[in-house]
Design a protein. Structure first.
Lengths: 387, 460
C-alpha cells in the first residue's frame, strides 16, 4: 500500500461533505442502468405507450427499481417470527404491516417495491430504435429539384436603385480615392455596385407525409389503434430525416376528408370502403399544397384491405399516379382479428405496383408487437428504393 | 447551552466511563450533516466503493427519512482510534447521551472476542481500508471501464455474505497435492526396498502423489474461492473480490452481535447518565427522554409489535445480568458470546415472559397467529434470520475438468430450497467472472433434488 494513499480524505475540511453525494451518484448510475434495460425492451414498452396525441415529445415509462440479486431461500408458505407486546397464545393478530422484516443483513432488503417514472425523449427513442433495428437513413430524392426564386449572385455596375449595395459601393470609392488626390469626388457612377440576381436550382429538402386511413365500418377501434401507433413511429422516422416534415391526415370510407391530427384518430365512420376516394383526396391536396417538385412525398395507407371490387380500376389508376409522384407509398394492412397476409383487394393493388418496380410496399400487422417489424420493413425498403 | 457544549462534557463522560470499568480505544468524534449520516448507514462505511445497488438503498432510505420513519443519532466504527459520527442536528442533550452510547460500543468492540479477531484481521482501521478500496476501484474504472468493473462488483457484492468466519482473512491456497498415505513401517518388503541405494529406490511418495481436488472440501468462503480459483480472473478483478471480502469480515461481528452490542451501549448510556451529576438538570431530563424513545419495545400507541427492538431486548437483558450476577460476570459474557449464545443462555423463560415476547406464525394468506410458549422455539425463531450471515448456506463443491463450477446449497440446514429465479440472476453475475458455466444444486418446492444454471452470456 502506498504510504501517501493510505490516509482517508480529511473530513474536517469545511463543507467537504456537501461536495459530493455518493448516494446520489450511485442512484444516478442505477437510473442509467434502468434506462439501458428499458432501451433493450423498448419496442415492447413503447408500442403500447399512448404517445401520439398532443404532440408529446417525451414518453413516460413506469419502471421498478432494479434489484441486486442475492441467493435467497424460496418463500415459505408460513413464517415464524418473534414479536413483543400484550398477546396470548392463540390470539390472531392483524395482517403484518409493510416493512416488518427484522434483520435484513448486509444484503439489502425487499427494496424493489418503489415504482417511479422515467421520461424518455421521443427523439432519443427514435435514434435508439434506428440503431437497434439497424435502419438506414433515408436519402432525399435526388435529381428532382425545383427552380427556386431569384437568388443573389455577384455584383454589377448597373442595376436598379433598390439593389444598390452601399457597403460595396463605399469600398470601391475608398479604393479609388486612395489612388487619387484629395480633391477627388466622394462618389462616381463607377463606384456604384448593384446586386445581381440569378435563377438557381435548389434541391427539394422539404417533405410531406400523407397518413391515409380507412375508417369504414369494418375497421375496429383496435385496428385504428394499430394504425395510430404505426403512423406515429413512421412519422418519427421521417422526422429524423427531414427537419421540416408536414403531415396531412386523410380518412376515407366511401368519401374522403382531411382532418387535423386530434380529430383524425377520433374519426370512426360507417359503411363501405372506396379506396380511390382516399387516393384522389391525397392527390388533390398534394397538387394544391405540396408539389412533388418541391416536396419529398410519402404516403402511408392503413386499411383492413376490404375494398369494393368495383373500385379497382379507379383505385389502381389513382394509386399509380400517386406512386409516380411520391418517394414511397406504404400500405399497412391492419386486422386484429384475422391474418390474411395481404391477400386482399387493397393488398393486391400494392403488390402489383411493387412488382412493376414502383416505390411501393406492404406489410400486414395484427398485434401491437408487429408495429416494429412494419416500421423496419418500410424503412429498409424505402432506403433501397432511393439508392 | 451552545451547540458544542457536549464536547466540553466529553472528557468528563470518558472519565466516568473509565471509572465504571469500561476499557476502550480512543474515539474520534465528529459532527456531520444528516445527509452524510444517511449515506454512512446506507454504505455501512463512511467511504465505500461505488455500486448502483447502494443507490437503490439510498433512495429507499431517503424516502423513509422524508416520511419521518427513521432518525440516525450516531454511527460508530471500531478501530484504533475508533470513529464516531454524530448527526449535527442532534441537540446537546442528545449528543451527551450519544457520546456515552458510543463509549459503550467502543468498550464492546475492544473486548468482545469476535470483534477483536476481526479487528486484528482488518488492522483496526477498516474506515481507511474501505476508503482505499473505493479509490482502488475508482482507478480500475478508469483503466478497465465502468461496465467491466460493475460486472465484477455485481458478482462480488452478491456474495458479500458468503464468507467463512472460521477461517482467517489471510488464507493460504489449498495444498496442491494430497498428503502421502502414512508409511506402513511393519512391511518388511518396503523396509528392505527403502534401504536400497537411493538411485534405485526412488521415493514411492513422489510416484504416487496425487493432485488434491479443488476444492478439497465444501468451501463456504465463495468470495475467497472465486478470487483464488476462477480460471481466467484478472488481477484487478481478484482485488475487487478480496476488497469486498475484507469488508465482509469487518461487517460480520457487527451483524452477529447486534443485540448484545446495542444493548450494551444502551445500558451504558443510561448508567453513565444517571451517574453524571455534572450534567445540568435540563440536559439530563432531555437525554433520559431521548433514551426512552430509543430503548422501547413498541412504537408509541402500539399494543403489539411483530418484531423486536434489539436495543430494548439487549438493554433489558444486560440490566438484569448486571443486577443479578454483577459486572464481572457481565463482562465475561460480553467477551465470549455472540447473539446466538447470548440469546440462548440469557433469554430465560422468565425473562421472555417479563419482556412479553411471543412467537407467532404468519401464513402466506396474511393471517398471523400467536403460538404456545416454547423457549427453544422462541430462540430459534429469533436467531434463524441471523444464521450464516443471514444468507442461505451455499458452498463450492466441485470444479469439473472443463472448469464448470458446481455450487451446492445445504438445504437440510436451511430447511428448504433456494429461490430459483433470484438464484439464476446470481449465477448470471458469477458466470461473468468465473467465465465458465456455474451450476447450483438445491431442492425444489417438493424437496426433490434439482439443479439450475443459465446459458453463458457471450463474452464481452
Amino acid at each position: 500500500m502506498d504510504e501517501s494513499e493510505s490516509k482517508a480524505p480529511n473530513p474536517r475540511i469545511n463543507g467537504w461533505y456537501e461536495l459530493f453525494s455518493r448516494g446520489a451518484r450511485d442512484w444516478l448510475r442505477h437510473n442509467e442502468k434502468v434506462r439501458e434495460a428499458v432501451r433493450e425492451r423498448l419496442p415492447d414498452i413503447i408500442a403500447g405507450a399512448d404517445v401520439v396525441s398532443g404532440g408529446a415529445r417525451t414518453v413516460k415509462v413506469p419502471v421498478r427499481m432494479l434489484e441486486h440479486y442475492h441467493f435467497r431461500l424460496r418463500r415459505p408458505d408460513q413464517r415464524e417470527g418473534v414479536g413483543q407486546g400484550n398477546a396470548k397464545p392463540g390470539d390472531v393478530l392483524a395482517k403484518p404491516s409493510q416493512g416488518e422484516g427484522q434483520d435484513k443483513g448486509q444484503g439489502g432488503s425487499e427494496e424493489g417495491g418503489i415504482e417511479f417514472v422515467l421520461e424518455f425523449k421521443v427523439d432519443d427513442i427514435v435514434d435508439w430504435l434506428w440503431e437497434e433495428m439497424q435502419l438506414p437513413n433515408l436519402k432525399a430524392r435526388v435529381g428532382k429539384s425545383e427552380e427556386a426564386d431569384w437568388a443573389r449572385e455577384g455584383w454589377d455596375k448597373r442595376g436598379a436603385r433598390s439593389r444598390l449595395d452601399r457597403r460595396r459601393s463605399l469600398r470601391e470609392s475608398i479604393k479609388r480615392r486612395s489612388m487619387q488626390d484629395e480633391e477627388a469626388p466622394a462618389f462616381t457612377d463607377d463606384d456604384l455596385r448593384f446586386r445581381q440576381l440569378t435563377k438557381r436550382e435548389q434541391p427539394a429538402i422539404q417533405a410531406v407525409v400523407f397518413l391515409l386511413m380507412d375508417v369504414s365500418g369494418s375497421m375496429s377501434e383496435r385496428d385504428r389503434q394499430l394504425a395510430k401507433s404505426f403512423f406515429f413511429w413512421a412519422t418519427q422516422g421521417l422526422r429524423r430525416q427531414y427537419r421540416h416534415l408536414d403531415t396531412v391526415f386523410v380518412a376515407h370510407t366511401t368519401e374522403a376528408w382531411e382532418f387535423n391530427e386530434d380529430e383524425f384518430f377520433q374519426v370512426s365512420g360507417s359503411g363501405g370502403t372506396v379506396a380511390s376516394t382516399g387516393f384522389l383526396k391525397v392527390r388533390e391536396i398534394m397538387e394544391a399544397r405540396f408539389s412533388p417538385a418541391r416536396y419529398n412525398v410519402y404516403l402511408f395507407y392503413a386499411s383492413d384491405g376490404d375494398n369494393y371490387s368495383a373500385d379497382r380500376p379507379q383505385a389502381e389508376a389513382a394509386l399509380r399516379e400517386l406512386s409516380d409522384a411520391a418517394n414511397y407509398c406504404g400500405y399497412l394492412e391492419v386486422s386484429s382479428t384475422a391474418q390474411r397476409q395481404l391477400a386482399t383487394e387493397t393488398g393486391s393493388l400494392f403488390k402489383a405496383l411493387g412488382e412493376e418496380g414502383k416505390p411501393a410496399g406492404s406489410f400486414a400487422v395484427s398485434r401491437i408487437e408487429d408495429i416494429w417489424e412494419a416500421v423496419r420493413h418500410f424503412f429498409q425498403q424505402q432506403a433501397a428504393e432511393t439508392e | 447551552m451552545s451547540r458544542s457544549e457536549w464536547r466540553e462534557l466529553l472528557p468528563r463522560i470518558e472519565q466516568l466511563a473509565l471509572k465504571a470499568g469500561l476499557s476502550f480505544n480512543p474515539v474520534d468524534f465528529e459532527e456531520v450533516p444528516d445527509s452524510f449520516m444517511m449515506e454512512i448507514s446506507v454504505y455501512g462505511l463512511p467511504v465505500r466503493m461505488p455500486h448502483w445497488s447502494f443507490g437503490v438503498r439510498y433512495i429507499y432510505q431517503l424516502v423513509q427519512h422524508r416520511m419521518g420513519h427513521s432518525r440516525l443519532f450516531e454511527v460508530v466504527f471500531p478501530g484504533n482510534p475508533g470513529h464516531a459520527y454524530l448527526a449535527n442536528s442532534n441537540s446537546v442533550a442528545e449528543n451527551v447521551l450519544v457520546a456515552a452510547h458510543v463509549l459503550g460500543h467502543a468498550d464492546f468492540s475492544r473486548n468482545n472476542l469476535l470483534f477483536r479477531r476481526s479487528q486484528q484481521q482488518v488492522g483496526e482501521n477498516i474506515v481507511e481500508h474501505a476508503a482505499n478500496h473505493a479509490r482502488q476501484i475508482g482507478r480500475a474504472i478508469d483503466e478497465h471501464g465502468l461496465q467491466r468493473v460493475e460486472a465484477t462488483l455485481d458478482a462480488a457484492l452478491a456474495l458479500e455474505q458468503h464468507i467463512d468466519m472460521n477461517q482467517a482473512l489471510q488464507r493460504e491456497r489449498y495444498p496442491e497435492y494430497l498428503a502421502p498415505k502414512s508409511e506402513e513401517t511393519d512391511d518388511t518388503f518396503r523396509q528392505r526396498f527403502a534401504s536400497l541405494d537411493p538411485a534405485v529406490a526412488r521415493d514411492p511418495a513422489a510416484l504416487t502423489r496425487q493432485r488434491a481436488p479443488v476444492p478439497p472440501h465444501r468451501e463456504l468462503d465463495l468470495l475467497w474461492f472465486i478470487a483464488q480459483y476462477a480460471p481466467d480472473l484478472e488481477g484487478w478483478e481478484r482485488d475487487i473480490f478480496l476488497a469486498v471480502r475484507e469488508e465482509s469480515f469487518y461487517f460480520y461481528p457487527v451483524f452477529a452481535t447486534q443485540i448484545m452490542n446495542e444493548g450494551w451501549a444502551s445500558y451504558w448510556h443510561a448508567r453513565l447518565l444517571r451517574e453524571a451529576d455534572f450534567l445540568p438538570q435540563q440536559s439530563y431530563v432531555d437525554a433520559i427522554k431521548c433514551h426512552s424513545d430509543v430503548v422501547r419495545p413498541l412504537a408509541s400507541g402500539e399494543q403489539v409489535a411483530l418484531s423486536i427492538n434489539p436495543y430494548h431486548l439487549g438493554f433489558s437483558l444486560w440490566e438484569e445480568i448486571v443486577e443479578e450476577e454483577g459486572l464481572e460476570a457481565a463482562r465475561a459474557i460480553l467477551q465470549q458470546d455472540d447473539d446466538f449464545s447470548f440469546v440462548r443462555n440469557q433469554l430465560t423463560m422468565e425473562r421472555a415472559e417479563k419482556l412479553q415476547l411471543f412467537r407467532y406464525r404468519a401464513e402466506s394468506s396474511g393471517q398471523v397467529k400467536v403460538e404456545e410458549p416454547d423457549l427453544g422455539a422462541l430462540h430459534e425463531a429469533m436467531l434463524h434470520p441471523k444464521y450464516n450471515f443471514g444468507a442461505p448456506s451455499v458452498a463450492a463443491r466441485h470444479v469439473r475438468v472443463d472448469g464448470t463450477l458446481e455450487l451446492e446449497h445445504d438445504h437440510k440446514t436451511d430447511g428448504r430450497g433456494l429461490d430459483v429465479e433470484r438464484g439464476k440472476k446470481v449465477i448470471e453475475y458469477l458466470q461473468r467472472v468465473w467465465r465458465r458455466p456455474v451450476i447450483m444444486h438445491t431442492v425444489d418446492e417438493h424437496g426433490a433434488e434439482m439443479e439450475f444454471t443459465v446459458p453463458m452470456a457471450p463474452a464481452a
